[in-house]
Design a protein around this ligand. Structure first.
Ligand code: ZN
Length: 534
C-alpha cells in the first residue's frame, strides 16, 4: 500500500498523486502543469497503461488537464468524478485540446521557418473526446466501491461547482487505511456553491497550501464595493473590464451583478449592459444554471425555486463570435465586459484591455489570483505605465481594482480550520499544491502544531502500512526560481530521469519476491550501471 507524488509537489499546478493497493494503481487528479512549456513539463513519471483507475477532485485544468494525454498514452480504465465535474470536464478539456492544437500549429510554423523539427500537439480534440466515455459520474457522500480493496467518497469542497475532497478507504492484507485528498479547499459564503465541509477521520491527509502563507482581509461586502466601482466608472462614461476565469469566477461575478441590478445599486446608469465575452464561460454558465440545482447552495436554490435565474438579468448579452467581440470596441456606450483569460495572458480579454487601458474614465476589476509574470499581476502591482499588446505600446491610465477576497481558495486560517477539524490522530499530513517555499513553511507550521507533516518532493513514494518514506524524490524547482529546472535539462536527460524513477517503483513492487528473481534483477541493474558509470 503506497502513496506516490507525481505532481503539485512543492509547486502549485499539475496535481497528480498515485495510490497503490493490492498491486493496482489509482491516480488522484491528472492536472496540467501551467507556466511550463508543453514539451517535457507534461510527461508522466509512470506509464499510463499501468494505471487502473482515476479519481478527479474538480474540473479546474490544473487538476484535470492531462486526462487526454493519459488516455492517448495508454490508459483505458474508469475515471470517477462528481456529476457537475463530469459535465464541466467536457467543455474544459475540449477547450484545452483546442488551445493545444492552435498553439502547436503556431509553434510549428515558427519552428519550420527556423528549420527545426516540428512536434505534434500535446493532445488533440479526438484524444479529449475519448476521455468522456470513460467518465463515471458520482454523487457526493456516497461510498463507491471501485474494486481491488479501494472505495472512494466525494465530499463537497466548496471551491467550484462539483468540487470535492476524496476520502479513499483502502484494504490490503486485512489492514485498513484511510487517506483524504483535499483537492482545492474552498471558502464559506461564496456565491452559488455550498460552504466547504469538514472531515473528522483519516490516517493520512494530502492537503493543498496555495494560500498557506497569508490571511486575507476579513470578508467585505463584494456587492457594495463592486457596485461602487461600476457606478463611478459608468458615470464618467467609461467601461468596466472584468478579466475572469471562465469557470467559477465568471459565475460568481454574474451572481453579484444580478444582485446589484436587483437592488438598483448603480445610480449613474441603472440599466447598464453587461457583455459576457467568452464562449467557454457561456458554456460553463449553462452548466451552473442547468440541471445541477441540487449542487448549488441554499440561497441560489431558493432563487431558482422562486422563479429567479441567479445568473441571468436584464441587460446581459452573450457574445459568441470573434466579430461580435471586436464590434464591442466600436460601441461608445458605457458597459461592463467580462472576458477571459483571468490573468490576461491570453484570449479575448487582451483586445478589451488594448481599447480601454489608456482611457482614464475606464476601470479594470480583478477578482482572482494573478500569478507572477502575467499581465494581470503587472497591472495590479501598478509597476508599468505602458504595456505591450499586439505589438502596440498601450498607456495604463484607467483605474485598477483588485478584489482579492473573491478568491475561492481558503487562506491560512481556513486551511488550519480544515485540518483542525480532524478528530482522529493523523499518521501523517502531506502538504502539496503551494509554491515551493509555501509548501515547506506550511508543513513546518503544522509540525509546530503537533502534526507529523511533510512537503513531499516530486516522485516521492511513501509506504502507507509502515508510514515510511521509500523514495525521497527530487526537488524540481530551485529556490527563488519559479521556473522548471527541466527547462535547463535536455528532454532526453529528463526521459532518463523518469526511467530511473520508474525503475525504483518497479523495485519496490518486487519486494517480497523470490530470492532467485530478486538476485537476477539486481545483477541486471548492476550490469547496466557498470556499463554506463563512466
Ligand atoms: Zn481549483
Amino acid at each position: 500500500m503506497k502513496l506516490m507524488f507525481y505532481g503539485a509537489a512543492r509547486e502549485v499546478t499539475g496535481s497528480c498523486y498515485g495510490v497503490e493497493v493490492n498491486g493496482k494503481k489509482i491516480l488522484v487528479d491528472c492536472g496540467l502543469h501551467q507556466g511550463s512549456d508543453n514539451g517535457f513539463g507534461q510527461n508522466f513519471a509512470f506509464y499510463p497503461g499501468e494505471v487502473d483507475r482515476v479519481v478527479i477532485t474538480h474540473a479546474h485544468i490544473d487538476h484535470s488537464g492531462r486526462l487526454p494525454l493519459l488516455v492517448k498514452q495508454g490508459f483505458h480504465g474508469k475515471i470517477y468524478a462528481t456529476e457537475p465535474t463530469c459535465e464541466l470536464l467536457e467543455i474544459m478539456l475540449r477547450d484545452s485540446a483546442h488551445i493545444q492544437e492552435v498553439e502547436s500549429g503556431w509553434r510549428n510554423r515558427k519552428q519550420k521557418r527556423a528549420g527545426d523539427v516540428v512536434a505534434p500537439p500535446l493532445y488533440t480534440m479526438e484524444d479529449a473526446e475519448k476521455v468522456f466515455s470513460m467518465l463515471v459520474p458520482c454523487r457526493y457522500d456516497e461510498l463507491i466501491d471501485t474494486g481491488d480493496g479501494a472505495s472512494i467518497r466525494f465530499v463537497d469542497a466548496g471551491h467550484l461547482l462539483g468540487s470535492a475532497y476524496i476520502e479513499m478507504l483502502l484494504k490490503e492484507d486485512k489492514v485498513n487505511k484511510k487517506i483524504v485528498f483535499s483537492g482545492d479547499i474552498g471558502v464559506p459564503g461564496h456565491p452559488l456553491i455550498r460552504d466547504p465541509q469538514y472531515i473528522k477521520e483519516a490516517d493520512y491527509v494530502v492537503m493543498e497550501s496555495t494560500y498557506g502563507d497569508r490571511v486575507r482581509e476579513p470578508v467585505f461586502d463584494h456587492v457594495t464595493d463592486l457596485a461602487a466601482a461600476i457606478d463611478s466608472t459608468l458615470g464618467k462614461g467609461g467601461n468596466v473590464i472584468c478579466p475572469a476565469f471562465a469557470v467559477g469566477r465568471t459565475q460568481g461575478l454574474l451572481y453579484n451583478l444580478r444582485e446589484i441590478k436587483e437592488r438598483g445599486l448603480v445610480k449613474s446608469v441603472p440599466d447598464f449592459k453587461v457583455y459576457l465575452d467568452s464562449p467557454l464561460a457561456s458554456a460553463a454558465t449553462k452548466i451552473y444554471s442547468g440541471e445541477n440545482v441540487a449542487y448549488l447552495d441554499d440561497e441560489a436554490a431558493a432563487l431558482i425555486k422562486s422563479g429567479v435565474q441567479p445568473l441571468w438579468f436584464e441587460g446581459l448579452h452573450i457574445i459568441e463570435s470573434v466579430d461580435e467581440s471586436k464590434k464591442l470596441n466600436d460601441d461608445v456606450s458605457p458597459k461592463v465586459i467580462i472576458s477571459s483569460s483571468g490573468m490576461c495572458d491570453a484570449g479575448r480579454i487582451r483586445h478589451h484591455l488594448k481599447h480601454n487601458l489608456w482611457r482614464r474614465e475606464c476601470a479594470v476589476v480583478f477578482s482572482g489570483f494573478q500569478a507572477n509574470g502575467t499581465l494581470g499581476r503587472t497591472l495590479i502591482d501598478g509597476i508599468a505605465s505602458n504595456v505591450t499588446l499586439f505589438g502596440e505600446e498601450i498607456a495604463v491610465r484607467c483605474r485598477i481594482f483588485n478584489f482579492r477576497t473573491m478568491s475561492a481558495h481558503a487562506d491560512k486560517d481556513g486551511l488550519l480550520k480544515w485540518i483542525g477539524a480532524f478528530e482522529s490522530a493523523l499518521s501523517r499530513v502531506f502538504v502539496v499544491h503551494g509554491e515551493h517555499d509555501i509548501c515547506a513553511a506550511f508543513s513546518v507550521l503544522l509540525g509546530e502544531l503537533g502534526y507529523n507533516a511533510v512537503a513531499p518532493k516530486y516522485s516521492a513514494i511513501y509506504d502507507l502500512l509502515s508510514n515510511e518514506m521509500i523514495l525521497e524524490g527530487r526537488d524540481i524547482v530551485r529556490r527563488g526560481e519559479p521556473e522548471y529546472v527541466a527547462r535547463r535539462e535536455t528532454p532526453v536527460y529528463q526521459r532518463l530521469m523518469l526511467a530511473g524513477t520508474r525503475l525504483i517503483e518497479v523495485i519496490t513492487r518486487n519486494k517480497g519476491g523470490a530470492n532467485k528473481d530478486l538476485g537476477k534483477f539486481a545483477d541486471q541493474i548492476d550490469a547496466l550501471s557498470n556499463k554506463w558509470d563512466r
